[in-house]
Design a protein around this ligand. Structure first.
Ligand SMILES: *Cc1c(COP(=O)(O)O)cnc(C)c1O
Length: 349
């Protein structure tokens, strides 16, 4: 066998990367990944399996049509991705860096920038987790970023950024501003879709992942058709498989059901927020998403005790001091979590 050091062989920007954390810790209640606790029973058209020997529709025409109707945007303004992660990859592949984003935020903006060897600029959010507008504008002036990613509601903090500040950034930037609206359906804010026509450098990312279909891997980019055209040049031809296309198409027929599930989740979020506020040494941050970030003493220990007590949350203490992120589950799951948290904090586990 040849003695090859692959670490030496790999590109230098890849060398320091680590594979995305995917270790599954089995737990009775899984509240770590911002998934929906509800599973909608959808059977795709049987015909799909009778032609599974064929490549999928590379343009996903029917699915685009359904999205177009649901969101009232033209099909020419939509690009579909194997999850919005893939669209972030395509955006950075097509336009390159510098890539600017506030922190803490969704980790993929940084990971993908690094994987593609593009410069990334990180500007800390202010103490309210809102955009530090002066520093953002200064960074735009200094680096002239090609892409600016703004997750609003922001993962992991849960708040929306001030619309006024986002607008200021859109107006100042010569590059593209991507409003990542993965959690918009849970927000009281209407998001930036109504402004798409007004700003050519505004792009919006949405996904089916947080509203019940994380397993499908379907995300969409909504933007000016010329922008879509550029990103489409780097898209792999069959990035959305036939089964995902078919199931997603059916999903759009269940709009009412999905909307009622979202209502349940947001009302459970308010209840959970109240419950968390009442626990000593725990303080939740207000959320417009399907998760709550909360501070707790000894977060690392509480995280481990929660696992022992049957609940998996996300440990974010390396990102926001002493904080954990819990996804909103069903009523029963949330009760189970609250009990487990009280036990975990009380010391007995
Ligand atoms: C979960 C998440 C995504 C990824 O969504 P997929 O469509 O599952 O790839 C994108 N952006 C943010 C902010 C997220 O939290």
């Amino acid at each position: 066998m040849k003695d090859i050091d692959f670490l030496k062989l790999v590109k230098s920007n890849i060398r320091s990367l680590r594979p995305y954390e995917t270790k599954e810790i089995p737990c009775r209640v899984k509240l770590d990944a911002n998934e929906s606790p509800y599973c909608i029973d959808i059977t795709p058209d049987k015909k799909i399996l009778q032609r599974i020997n064929r490549y999928p529709d590379p343009e996903a025409v029917k699915l685009k049509k359904a999205i177009s109707m649901a969101l009232k945007v033209n099909s020419a303004n939509i690009l579909l991705g194997n999850g919005s992660d893939e669209l972030i990859y395509y955006l950075i592949t097509a336009f390159g860096g510098p890539v600017l984003y506030p922190i803490p935020t969704f980790s993929m903006y940084g990971i993908i920038s690094q994987a593609l060897g593009e410069k990334n600029i990180e500007i800390p959010l202010n103490e309210d987790f809102d955009l530090d507008i002066d520093n953002m504008l200064a960074a735009i002036k200094k680096y002239n970023p090609k892409l600016i990613f703004l997750s609003s509601p922001n993962n992991p903090t849960g708040n929306c950024f001030s619309a006024e500040r986002i607008l200021k950034i859109i107006e100042t930037s010569k590059g593209i501003v991507i409003a990542d609206e993965a959690y918009q359906p849970f927000s009281s804010d209407k998001g930036f879709l109504p402004l798409l026509k007004d700003y050519r450098n505004l792009a919006i990312l949405r996904t089916l992942s947080k509203i019940g279909f994380a397993g499908l891997r379907v995300g969409f980019l909504l933007a000016d058709k010329d922008l879509i055209n550029e990103v489409n040049k780097v898209r792999l031809p069959f990035n959305l498989n036939a089964l995902s296309q078919a199931v997603a198409l059916e999903a759009f027929k269940n709009k009412r059901l999905i909307e009622s599930q979202i209502k349940n989740i947001t009302s459970e979020r308010e209840r959970l927020f109240e419950e968390l506020s009442r626990i000593n040494n725990v303080s939740p941050y207000p959320s417009e998403a399907n998760f709550i970030l909360f501070k707790t003493k000894n977060a690392d220990i509480v995280f481990k005790k929660l696992i022992k007590n049957g609940v998996l949350v996300r440990n974010l203490s390396s990102v926001v001091k002493d904080s954990l992120r819990v996804t909103i589950g069903t009523h029963g799951e949330n009760n189970f979590f609250i009990k487990a948290l009280k036990k975990s904090i009380g010391g007995k586990a």
